[in-house]
Design a protein around this ligand. Sequence first.
Ligand SMILES: Nc1ncnc2c1ncn2[C@@H]1O[C@H](COP(=O)(O)OP(=O)(O)OP(=O)(O)O)[C@@H](O)[C@H]1O
Ligand SMILES: [Mg+2]
Length: 343
Amino acid sequence: MIHLLEPKWFQGRGIPSWRDKLDLLLHRLNISAPSELLDKAFGLSLSDQYWLKPFDNDIKYDDINFFDNYFDYTEFMEASLSKNSKTITNEKSLKTPNNTTDGMLKKAWIIEGNTRYLLKGGYKNEILQPFNEVLASIICERLGFNHVTYFIDTYKDMVVSKCPCFITKDTELITAYQIKNNMNRHDSIEDYEEYIKLLENQGIEDARIKIENMYILDFLIMNEDRHLNNFGIIRDVNTLKWLDIAPIFDNGQSLNIQDYNDEEVMISGHGHLFYEIKPFDEIIKVVKNIKRIDISKLDGVVEEFDDLLHKYQHITNMSDRRINKLCILLNSQINKLKKLINN
Ligand SMILES: Nc1ncnc2c1ncn2[C@@H]1O[C@H](COP(=O)(O)OP(=O)(O)OP(=O)(O)O)[C@@H](O)[C@H]1O
Ligand SMILES: [Mg+2]
């Protein structure tokens, strides 16, 4: 399934070319391309267990993996997230799982206690992403959807989201993109059905319900970014058994973040259903029995979100107007879902 021997696969393991402020990061790391990082720490990651073992070295995975072994994260965190940072001179700072993180947003793995957390900033000057991540966690928690829990944290004078690593030393994330690699491309509903069938055949319990839950969340927060690398499954790396759907993660690109307009509230929007970009009102139709959702569990969520945005206003400088519009939008999506449930 995963074409491990392809150099393309290995190159694709590095920080992507579309990472926000990549040039600045490379400058601060004192390197010229993300690929230079790939052999600094054996290609190790915190999202899977692949690594490169030098042929003349008898080093053991147990001694080097980042799930168990400490890594020096402070300098990379600063280079990635800080507005001002010096150039890294300590080679040790390049031996971290940050060398293999995917995604557009500035981010950094850190360690607190024994837990590995991923910190993510906003895109360019946008500061809404971390709050959307937390909103998604609140909604998932209330509706009982399996999810990664995101918190707000501050780093220097910036707001970031923080979530624990959902992979362990015995598991790996396989994204829908990797799974779909070997499947034919049809129309999005057929892709969707084929994907669910494949997961069910691999023994994943309630695969359909769990994937539906992700699309219900996307509808509620108008998540525009559910591309094929933003969901997937968890596989046991020892038995290769497909254990479960990956908990819902990466929900920041939501609530009209790209098209915010000070004058009006845009109440329509488009999300992803596999390769296709469709209106949310269409995507939600994949849910077979929407009546299973107890929408009353979302009572008070808008107020909670409103409080959260106000709580950090002294750092974000988000206007009252924008906060108000975000709450109107969220409220309108909840009401739309309510109508679908009651009809
Ligand atoms: N909590 C986590 N535990 C383990 N791996 C994670 C975790 N969160 C993210 N990842 C991995 O890091 C990648 C990037 O994270 P994420 O998708 O949150 O970033 P992003 O910059 O918002 O991405 P995008 O480009 O889709 O907007 C994910 O695709 C996944 O492989
Ligand atoms: Mg992502």
